[in-house]
Design a protein around this ligand. Structure first.
Ligand code: GDP
Ligand code: IMO
Ligand code: MG
Length: 433
């Protein structure tokens, strides 16, 4: 089987974790290819008749499937303390994590980058990005500036010391002189990083080679994005984005799998929109409807606990996600959350200072000024969480999905009707033809 890419179509938290987990038993490898512990994927599993909830930040969602090998790809930034905390937490709950592989080329979130993320945000004041404060931006900045520390550096103490010294010579100036913070000692960083080396060693691999061999043997590889299309550093609402490529292209650079191996691109689209952090959001609702979506959808961040900003679905964004990612299949999640509304508006285009835009405006300023043009669809009141076929859905819910499908320009292959593993309607296989 070729490789399958799974991305978020909007601003994150679309339900990527649930979708990955759902495919888990049909997939041999799940690769996280971008981001770090800024992600928060919630997975709800039925175990011995009880619902069990898992929140994963750094680990690929495939870790919960016993037959699946989870991989942290080269495009990820790894906070080692979080990695081991998460592994210990899962082991304590009886999850076997021994199959995990970590790319030797993945970058490490050094302690000074966590500090810098937080102080930079504070310094920006009202111009802040609203980051998760996990050190993601400064670590990717180091990677591009060629100042970064990679997983493999942990196994060459001399090289590691040289790199930490070089980084701190510069970072300490910034910490002390601009932000008035305590300088960080080289030995402090060395001790922290080296303290993880031996536990990490057996997990480290040439993951691109492992994946090539797996694909040659006919195995199925799922490349799972953190964040989403509009948070992508190139294609998102810059500068209100994360610092990695969360779109389908990033799946190749972040894993070492070439584009010619990818046959299917699945995008996860929430049936409405949410955003955490700052930045433009045309369909945002600051009214009772927004509150309804936040409450009914339990829209509070998995990582930071922040209330998510909520709004109606935006098919200009959906179409853009189809274009940027080459989406073959959509999974529409949380359709159940829309139950009980008289009418459900779908944003079909924008009005920017009197001019209609059917596609994402090329200028960020226009996007900030975009007023949604809505098409109102009739709602439904029936509980849909027990529906398992498309035909079982109320006619108005079917019509909503079909109109979305038409507007976003790719087929809707599955529909989420609840957080549980089985609360899904499958229309087409997600494994490609
Ligand atoms: P991710 O970051 O894309 O993996 O998404 P999150 O886990 O941050 O947020 C999605 C939330 O929606 C989680 O709490 C999921 O359990 C939940 N969820 C996923 N799909 C559905 C669905 O179809 N219906 C409902 N009600 N909840 C869902
Ligand atoms: P998942 O994988 C939603 C947002 C932050 C902030 C911006 C930059 O769960 O969908 P960063 O810490 O990455 O430098 O913050 O990106 N952000 C997310 N929003 N879901 C996520 O991940 C996010 N990861 C980062 O809120 O606005
Ligand atoms: Mg999330």
């Amino acid at each position: 089987m070729p490789a399958i890419v799974l991305v978020g179509a909007q601003w994150g938290d679309e339900g990527k974790g649930k979708a990955t987990d759902l495919m888990g038993s049909d997939v041999d490898y799940v690769v996280k290819f971008n981001g770090g512990n800024n992600a928060g994927h919630t997975i709800v599993i039925e175990k011995d008749g009880k619902r069990e909830k898992y929140a994963l930040h750094l680990l690929p969602s495939g870790i919960l499937t016993p037959t699946c090998t989870p991989i942290i790809g080269n495009g990820v930034v790894v906070d080692l303390a979080v990695l081991f905390e998460e592994l210990d937490g899962l082991e304590a709950r009886g999850v076997d994590t021994s199959r995990l592989l970590v790319s030797a080329n993945a970058h490490i979130i050094a302690p000074y980058n966590r500090v810098l993320d937080k102080v930079t945000e504070r310094f920006l004041g009202s111009r802040k990005i609203g980051t998760t404060g996990r050190g993601i931006g400064p670590t990717y900045a180091d990677k591009m500036a060629r100042n970064g520390i990679r997983v493999q550096d942990l196994f060459d103490e001399k090289i590691l010391r040289q790199k930490v010294e070089a980084a701190l010579a510069y970072k300490n100036q910034i910490l002390a002189k601009i932000y008035n913070r305590r300088a960080v000692e080289v030995d402090e960083v060395m001790d922290e990083l080296l303290g993880y080396a031996e536990r990490l060693r057996p997990m480290v691999a040439d993951t691109s080679l492992v994946l090539e061999q797996a694909l040659n043997e006919g195995k199925t590889v799922l490349l799972e994005a953190g964040q989403a299309t509009l948070l992508d550093v190139d294609h998102g609402t810059y500068p209100f984005v994360t610092s990695s490529n969360a779109t389908a292209g990033g799946a190749c650079t972040g894993s070492g799998i070439p584009p010619t191996r990818v046959s299917t691109v699945i995008a996860i689209l929430k049936a409405y929109s949410t955003r955490v952090g700052e930045g433009p959001f045309p369909t945002e609702l600051n009214d009772a409807n927004g509150e309804f979506l936040r409450k009914t959808g339990a829209e509070f961040g998995t990582t930071t606990g922040r209330p998510r900003r909520c709004g109606w679905v935006d098919t200009v964004v959906g179409r853009y996600a189809t274009r940027i990612n080459g989406v073959t299949d959509f999974v529409v999640t949380k359709l159940d959350v829309l139950t009980g509304l008289d009418t459900i508006p779908i944003c079909v285009a924008y009005d920017v200072d009197g001019v209609r835009h059917d596609e994402m405006p090329v200028n960020q300023t226009d996007f900030h000024h975009a007023k949604p043009i809505y098409e109102d669809l009739p709602g439904w009141w029936e509980d849909i969480s027990t529906c398992r076929t498309f035909e079982e859905l109320p006619a108005n819910a079917q019509a909503y999905v079909l109109r979305l499908e038409e507007l976003i320009g790719a087929r809707v292959s599955a529909i989420g009707v609840g957080p549980g593993r089985d609360e899904i309607i499958s229309r087409h296989s997600l494994l490609g033809a």
